[in-house]
Design a binder for this molecule. Structure first.
Ligand code: ATP
Length: 267
């Protein structure tokens, strides 16, 4: 949290280590012995052709799908098989599309609902410690307001989330996960369907969070300009496996990566 920018990879172990992870759907090995690491404070891009297993890997890492094998270590803790809420509580979160239910709620409620430990969740707390509950409610509302301000959504505070543009929704999706003050955020195609101006804003926020809080990002991204211009490291998957990992330029020029994108199936 202290030093801006990515800390030296040589000084601290990776924040996330994915080791030999397997996920099958019937006969399909969607993730097939995938291994890679994400350095603390980095912006790491996960790339690969369609069907490479990127989203499935996200789901397994964040506990939304059960892995069939391997290990995932986050900040020194084995997390594979833990439920999503327990993983989120460790500080590893992913963004979610604004669902129909959330779209029918005001933007501010989308934010406050995303806060961990909702004061109104436990009636006993409400009855026994009303002042502490109110204080927590104020904290949540203040944080939600600050984030909306930062993300340029303050004027939309009371609008239904469903009325936001595609780009504004993506900003809201990122702002929502920040309510949990995560140390690592997984973004699945954050730029998809977003106009370049708002897409640029979203990337600015990603960099600012990394610089200010040391937040680590792992993002699935198809746009190679975004990947090359905004990530420190790139991991490339094909046919469920990791076929290359390293500096963006090196991965882009790796013959196995070029083959995979050309349909050569070099995994
Ligand atoms: N729920 C599921 N049931 C059956 N097969 C699945 C399921 N989810 C994914 N798959 C299969 O697993 C493989 C990997 O899919 P996945 O969506 O993880 O790839 P991806 O790299 O995210 O692709 P894209 O870039 O197109 O989103 C594909 O063959 C896909 O058809």
């Amino acid at each position: 949290m202290s030093e801006p920018g990515p800390p030296s990879a040589t000084l601290s172990p990776p924040l996330l280590r994915v080791e030999h992870v397997v996920k099958r759907f019937g006969g399909v090995r969607a993730v097939d012995d995938a291994s890679f690491a994400v350095e603390r404070g980095s912006i790491t891009a996960l790339i690969g052709p369609n069907g490479a297993g990127k989203t499935t890997l996200f789901n397994v890492v964040t506990g939304f799908q059960h892995g069939d094998g391997g290990t995932v270590v986050y900040d020194g803790r084995a997390i594979l098989g833990r439920p999503p809420w327990a993983i989120a509580r460790c500080g590893l979160v992913r963004t979610f599309q604004i669902t129909k239910a959330l779209a029918a709620m005001p933007v501010i409620d989308n934010m406050t609902l995303a806060a961990p430990h909702q004061p109104g969740e436990h009636i006993a707390t409400l009855l026994v410690r009303p002042r502490a509950t109110r204080r927590r409610e104020h904290e949540i509302e203040a944080r939600a307001g600050e984030l909306l301000e930062t993300f340029g959504l303050a004027a939309k505070r009371d609008d239904y989330a469903g009325t936001l543009s595609g780009g504004q929704r993506k900003l809201l999706e990122l702002a929502r996960v920040l309510m949990a003050e995560p140390r690592m955020v997984l973004l699945d195609e954050p730029m998809a369907g977003v106009n370049p101006t708002l897409g640029g804003k979203l990337l600015e926020h990603v960099h600012a969070l990394r610089e200010r809080d040391g937040t680590t990002f792992l993002l699935i991204e198809h746009d190679m300009e975004v990947v090359m211009g905004h990530s420190d490291r790139v991991v490339c998957m094909a046919q469920g496996a990791v076929i290359a990992e390293g500096a963006p330029e090196a991965v882009r020029n790796d013959p196995r990566v070029i083959d995979a994108y050309l349909g050569g199936g070099s995994a």
